[in-house]
Design a protein. Sequence first.
Length: 136
Amino acid sequence: MLLGLGAGLALFGMTRAQVSGFTDPLSWSSLVVAIAALVLFGVRTVRIDQPFVPPSLFANRVHRTGVLVAFLVMAVNLGGLVFVPPLLVEVNGLAPGRGALVMVPAGVVTAGPVPGGRRRSRGVRCAGVRQEAERQ
């Protein structure tokens, strides 16, 4: 419950801050309560017998590094999804439809087979475009 409350209020506070600014009492108070809920979640996780995420996992350096790398990869991915369309439309002056068309090649490449990885013999179908994967 504390994790959900903290994450939800953090998202609400940041969204509210984008609309009204950080001087709005609702935005900063949501962020303060979110931080408090997340701290209480951490304290409770350390103290109970069967926590949601065992703190002993984070004692392993390899696991910690993997979690950090996964977080950073997802942050970059989300940043691209959130910031590139407004950049194309507002900064570069493209119409929304043209901005979407500019992003199609990146989506096709992202959905395509991974070089050096295990490839499917049937190919990949993405947005009506068929890419043939090499047969092994």
